[in-house]
Design a protein around this ligand. Structure first.
Ligand code: DAH
Length: 341
């Protein structure tokens, strides 16, 4: 028994010293220790000479030895794989196939920029559903059923429920915000909107808007103008001129549309501004008292302004994109021209 113990200790040391450097050396080790005629087998054979009362102890010792021999083999087993791979004929030093990097969609880039400009002056982002009910999209915004202003926006109705529409403008989210929060309110609502238009270079059945809403005591048209002046200078540069034209929207009174001096020709006249020197970018106005009343906001205490603008329109002006369809065709030749702002 003593001699068996010594023999095992010696073999364990021998195993510990083995460092196979190749699959061949590992195989030699395996044959020597773990093979059918290997040392482990041989030494297990000596169990029969161990006296009965020592068999248990000897068994444990032998098992420990066998595990040590196997563990060494497992540790270097990866050498077998490296041999297999070495012969697979693949030259791993060759450069790989380049993976094309994606980029943000131009509309998303411009939307992000618009949002961050307005966030800087205290607007926070609110979102709402794209499938909207009649109340939030129309009625609450001073456009009751049969109101002719509904004709301004060709609507997609949801067949399953006559009360549902695909929202025609982001103004529906301002209704939801007024419903859920008490003034002061200062939000912007970016999102996709839908209109039943035939798709062409100049019209699409879906596009994107950003709505702005500010309600507090003493909010005036001057605040609206200052907010939009600031936005335009940040978005299009210090020298951009701005003008307001009276307009009509049912949810604002007074209402206006805002133009900026053409960023392409600087005002002298070109295709983008249709030779007028001005391009329209948004609709705006003071929130109509009826709209405030619809949300239990007292128009004698609070006033507010709202504005709504198209992200495609702003992108078109910034990058001179002349066909709205390009935004949704996923043509990488178009998409990869836009560098991060
Ligand atoms: N909702 C209008 C549209 O889609 C845009 C708009 C005009 C929004 C005036 C406003 C506003 O908030 O005050 O045509």
């Amino acid at each position: 028994m003593q001699s068996l113990k010594e023999k095992i200790e010696q073999l364990k040391q021998e195993i510990a010293a083995v460092v196979p450097a190749s699959a061949d050396e590992l195989e030699q080790y395996r044959i020597k220790f773990l093979g059918t005629k290997g040392i482990v087998k041989e030494i297990f054979g000596e169990m029969k000479n161990v006296p009965k009362e020592l068999k248990k102890e000897a068994g444990q010792m032998l098992n420990g030895f066998k595990q040590a021999a196997e563990a060494k083999f497992e540790e270097y087993k990866y050498l077998q794989n490296s041999k297999a791979k070495k012969d697979d004929g693949i030259d791993k030093t060759l450069p790989g196939t380049p993976i094309a990097e994606g980029s943000r969609h131009p509309l998303r880039m411009v939307e992000n920029q618009m949002v961050s400009i307005l966030e800087k002056i205290g607007f926070s982002v609110a979102t709402g559903p794209e499938i909207e009910d009649d109340w939030h999209n129309f009625t609450s915004l001073n456009m009751p059923e049969h109101h002719t202003a509904r004709d301004m926006q060709d609507t997609f109705y949801v067949q399953q429920n006559p009360d549902w529409v695909l929202r025609t403008h982001s103004s529906s989210t301002q209704s939801r915000v007024m419903e859920q929060t008490k003034p002061p309110i200062r939000v912007i609502c970016p999102g996709r909107v839908y209109r039943n238009e035939t798709i062409s270079a100049r019209a699409h059945c879906f596009f994107h808007q950003i709505e702005g809403l500010y309600i507090d005591k003493n909010v005036s048209f001057a605040d609206l103008k200052q907010t939009l002046y600031y936005f335009v200078k940040e978005m299009f540069g210090e020298h951009t001129k701005v003008r307001f034209r009276p307009s009509y929207f049912p949810f604002t009174e007074p209402s206006a549309e805002m133009d900026i001096s053409c960023t392409v020709c600087g005002g002298s006249g070109c295709a983008l501004c249709k030779k007028t020197g001005w391009v329209e970018i948004l609709g705006c106005g003071m929130v109509h008292p009826n709209v405030l009343r619809n949300f239990d906001i007292d128009p004698d205490v609070y006033t507010g302004f709202a504005f709504g603008m198209g992200v495609e329109r702003i992108t078109q002006i910034k990058y001179q994109v002349n066909d709205l369809r390009l935004y949704s065709q996923n043509d990488v030749r178009f998409l990869k021209q836009f560098q991060p702002l």
